[in-house]
Design a binder for this molecule. Structure first.
Ligand code: G3H
Ligand code: 13P
Ligand code: ZN
Length: 312
């Protein structure tokens, strides 16, 4: 089937008490690893492209890679989404260029400016059959090379969500409940805990409205250990506990974003490969197990965290 919007996926996810995985893609092996897993498990999937990924791989290559995946797996719905669009022009380029969903992230701007820019993107997107994710609240961590300190991050204010969703017309809303971008989400020794009270209050205010979680990688410790064992240096990399993500997926959260775990899976695999095969130099030799590592990680997320296997 051709790539689709997230509208039907989110309706079913909300009603079914599961979430759809939104995985960041920037090359062929990542697209293949993710969609092989989703295809075999009959799971809906969102492939998302950041501004940085688009600059790295080129818009057309990424659109065609995702379209090729959709042709290869015609039985599952696949959406192509712009992750963290920061300007109207970037969103418009993606809407005009074949994406089915865009995020306008104006969460760092003052409230009224966030509304105005989001509204402008929504009007253009809806005129072109594309859906829009917006964000309220600020996540900690690193996004497109902009770093937000944990103490500067702000939880979403539930009293704002109805006004924001109504005035912008956005189709889904990313909220800040303690997740953050990157591989260093919590200080070693501290207890990672998402603010489920904030999530619950937001969803109470906005019944039947799809909520999105960014910064939701769990930073599996076996990948970190493997990376460190084979020459890497990532002390204190810590993610969101998977039982908390599972709990979120059962709620109004319909989309869970995962990027860092893909990077970790590939890096661990490639580091191990080179340590064990120092004489190899054919990229196919080390990218094949790296692609398999992405597939295995995504399989685990779909089955054990998102709960969206068999929901295509
Ligand atoms: O939230 C940001 C995503 O992980 C994308 O990261 O800008 O390095 O592609 P990137
Ligand atoms: P992670 O860095 O936790 O994978 O978050 C990815 C993300 O939110 C992409 O928008
Ligand atoms: Zn994000």
């Amino acid at each position: 089937m051709p790539i689709v919007t997230t509208t039907e996926m989110f309706k079913k996810a909300y009603a079914g008490g599961y979430a759809v995985g939104a995985f960041n893609v920037n090359n062929m092996e990542i697209v293949q690893g993710i969609t092989e897993a989703a295809g075999e498990l009959k799971a809906p999937v969102i492939l998302q492209v950041s501004k940085g990924a688009r600059a790295y791989a080129n818009h057309k290559y990424l659109v065609h890679l995702v379209q090729a995946a959709a042709e290869n797996y015609p039985d599952i719905p696949i959406a192509l989404h712009l992750d963290h669009g920061d300007t109207f022009e970037l969103c418009k380029d993606c809407i005009d260029g074949g994406f089915t969903s865009v995020m306008i992230d104006a969460s760092s701007k003052p409230y009224e400016e966030n509304i105005a820019l989001t509204r402008k993107v929504v009007e253009y997107a809806h005129d072109h059959g594309v859906v829009v994710e917006a964000e309220l609240g600020t996540l900690a961590g690193v996004e497109d090379e902009v770093s937000v300190e944990a103490d500067k991050a702000m939880y979403t204010r539930p009293e704002e969500v109805v006004d924001f969703a109504t005035r912008t017309g956005c189709d889904s809303l990313a909220i800040a409940i303690g997740t953050s971008h990157g591989a260093y989400k919590f200080k070693p020794g501290t207890k990672p805990q998402l603010r489920f009270d904030v999530l619950e209050e937001c969803s109470k205010q906005l019944p039947n409205f799809p909520i999105v979680l960014h910064g939701a990688s769990s930073v599996p410790q076996e990948f970190v250990a493997e990376i460190n064992k084979y020459g890497g240096n990532m002390p204190g990399a810590i993610g969101i506990p998977e039982d908390q993500l599972r709990q979120a997926a059962r709620s109004a959260v319909c989309k869970i974003n995962i990027d860092s775990d893909i990077r970790l899976a590939m890096t661990a695999s490639i580091r191990k490969y080179f340590a064990e095969h120092p004489d190899h130099f054919d990229p196919r030799q080390y990218l094949k197990p790296a692609r398999q590592a992405v597939k295995d990680m995504v399989t685990h997320k779909i089955v054990d965290v998102l709960g969206c296997d068999g929901k295509a």
